[in-house]
Design a protein around this ligand. Structure first.
Ligand code: AMP
Length: 128
């Protein structure tokens, strides 16, 4: 179910549990600010998720409340994940769904990183 990006943070959400190591994930990167792991239902040959370690529901929440250090650390982590995966030259796409119209499902900020093929038009059709 799509979530309301203005809800309070839920410590039981699936990505909070991955961060705590309570459920497994195929991690590819971690530092003080972020972790990255493979999406469980990949939509491209490479489909990674990068999430901040902090308790932020959405891009809206993160951009409003996170410290400058957290924001810089997270943005740098997204770039580092892509470089480490060798994706800069072939190219990649970033996506951060925020709120119901975007179909955000997990209420912990995550940036999708897609790569590994021509990714096609930016958005699906009007019925999306
Ligand atoms: P969104 O619709 O932007 O909220 O995307 C949520 C993403 O999380 C989807 O692409 C799911 O496939 C992915 N996902 C859900 N549960 C897990 C999990 N346990 N491990 C990895 N990815 C997951």
């Amino acid at each position: 179910m799509p979530i309301d990006a203005t809800l309070p943070y839920d410590d039981q959400n699936i990505f909070a549990r991955i961060l705590r190591g309570e459920i497994p994930a195929k991690r590819v990167y971690e530092d003080d600010f972020a972790i990255a792991f493979h999406d469980i239902n990949p939509q491209a040959p490479t489909h990674l998720l990068v999430i901040p370690r902090g308790r932020y529901v959405s891009w809206d929440d993160f951009s409003a409340r996170a410290s400058d250090a957290e924001i810089a650390g997270f943005v740098r982590a997204v770039g580092a994940v892509a470089r480490a995966a060798g994706l800069v030259v072939p190219g990649y796409r970033l996506l951060a769904n925020t709120g119901p119209d975007s179909h955000q499902e997990v209420p912990h900020l995550h940036v999708h990183l897609f790569a590994g093929r021509k990714l096609g038009p930016m958005l699906a059709g009007r019925d999306g």
